[in-house]
Design a protein around this ligand. Structure first.
Ligand SMILES: *Cc1c(COP(=O)(O)O)cnc(C)c1O
Length: 361
């Protein structure tokens, strides 16, 4: 049987692991930060109707520039943006990959502040871009001074600030974004995959005017409860969008994706109606875990990074065996716990309580 090591793989991919959060078919699946609430039947009917219409035209390629969808995304984002300043792809992961294809590559570097989203180093490897991880302070909070120092000394070609940060939940202040922009000459991405959950912080989209190297990426995979459709997007200067058009594959967004996302955006308020409940489940989860003695890091997202587990791997496996899945990211003593529906969150809380102090059963 042929092994991977028998193949003439690119050297920077040798020994690497693909992205691989478990996809177990368990009753309570809280490990990839999805919105676990179902969409309303009325909105689903509208999406199905749009798909039915789109499917009649699939003998033709879809609109390569997906103008109608970009207009809908610009309308949703506000801030006076128009379609020329908005881009989209199959998940924000593909948007980020296109950014790396356009602005990274051999001899270039990508910097971010760790622990952070596990896809950044994978995307760097895939595009032969040097990965430069800079550790966050103990409380995970970035400050203007700390990012300025890191960006001045490394001068990366691309920097990513994830806010709220996955997997720590840490919110991002706009002064940090402004300082990061001023401290380097490279491209700066603010990854706002979870921004809809963060009531206390403003989007970096307000900083775009006059900052042509700044990009703000978003996704419909989390708050929008639309992960299966694969729709991520980005707001930036129109010249940045022109750069991404150089590397995208022609017709990368299928007619079905465009139709589903456009229909969903016509009902954005209903799509986002469960966000308030998820926030309150997150806060209830935090309160219960604190009362059990766990260390709960403050979070602006739909998940919590929680410390105080004696053996996170054992706690992970014990609850997995009970059909409850969350994420063990190899941060000593910590697990990442995502808020689900009220029922799911209660099940998670009670299962952890039953394990006893420190998750020891
Ligand atoms: C989930 C997530 C994304 C979104 O990925 P999609 O490809 O849009 O599904 C992007 N960034 C971060 C930090 C995430 O956690």
């Amino acid at each position: 049987m042929t092994k991977l090591s028998d193949l003439p793989l690119r050297s920077n991919l040798v020994g690497k692991q693909p992205y691989g959060a478990p996809q177990d078919a368990v009753p309570i699946s809280l490990n990839v930060n999805e919105n676990t609430h179902p969409l309303s039947e009325a909105v689903l009917d509208e999406i199905v109707a749009s798909l039915a219409e789109a499917v009649r035209g699939v003998n033709r390629y879809p609109d390569r520039e997906f103008i109608a969808l970009r207009e809908a995304l610009a309308g949703y984002l506000g801030h006076g943006l128009d379609a020329s300043q908005v881009w989209a792809a199959n998940g924000s992961n593909e948007v980020l990959q296109q950014v790396l294809q356009a602005f990274g590559g051999p001899g270039r570097s990508l910097l971010s502040f760790t622990p952070t989203y596990s896809m950044y180093p994978i995307l760097a490897d895939a595009t032969d871009t040097e990965w430069v991880p800079v550790e966050r302070p103990a409380d995970y909070v970035l400050t203007p001074d700390s990012v300025t120092e890191a960006l001045r000394s490394h001068q990366p070609n691309i920097a990513i600030l994830c806010g709220p940060n996955n997997p720590t939940g840490t919110s991002l202040n706009l002064e940090v974004v402004e300082a990061a922009y001023d401290a380097c000459d490279g491209m700066l991405i603010v990854d706002e995959a979870y921004i809809e959950f963060d009531q206390a912080h403003r989007s970096a989209i307000s900083l775009l005017p006059g900052r042509e190297r700044l990009m703000v990426s978003r996704t419909m995979s989390k708050a929008f409860a639309f992960a299966g459709v694969r729709l991520g997007y980005l707001a930036a200067d129109a010249a940045v969008v022109d750069a991404l058009r150089l590397v995208r594959l022609p017709y990368h967004l299928s007619a079905l994706t465009q139709a589903a996302a456009s229909a969903a955006l016509r009902h954005a308020d209903e799509m986002l109606a469960t966000v308030a409940d998820i926030r309150s489940q997150r806060d209830r989860l935090a309160g219960e875990l604190k009362s059990m003695g766990y260390l709960v890091h403050s979070s602006g997202a739909n998940f919590l990074l929680v410390g105080g587990f004696q053996t996170p791997a054992a706690t992970f496996e014990a609850l997995r065996a009970q059909g409850i899945l969350f994420r063990n990211l190899d941060i000593p003593g910590h697990l990442r716990l995502t808020a689900g529906t009220e029922f799911e969150t209660t099940q998670l809380i009670e299962a952890i309580r039953a394990l006893g102090p420190g998750g020891a059963s």
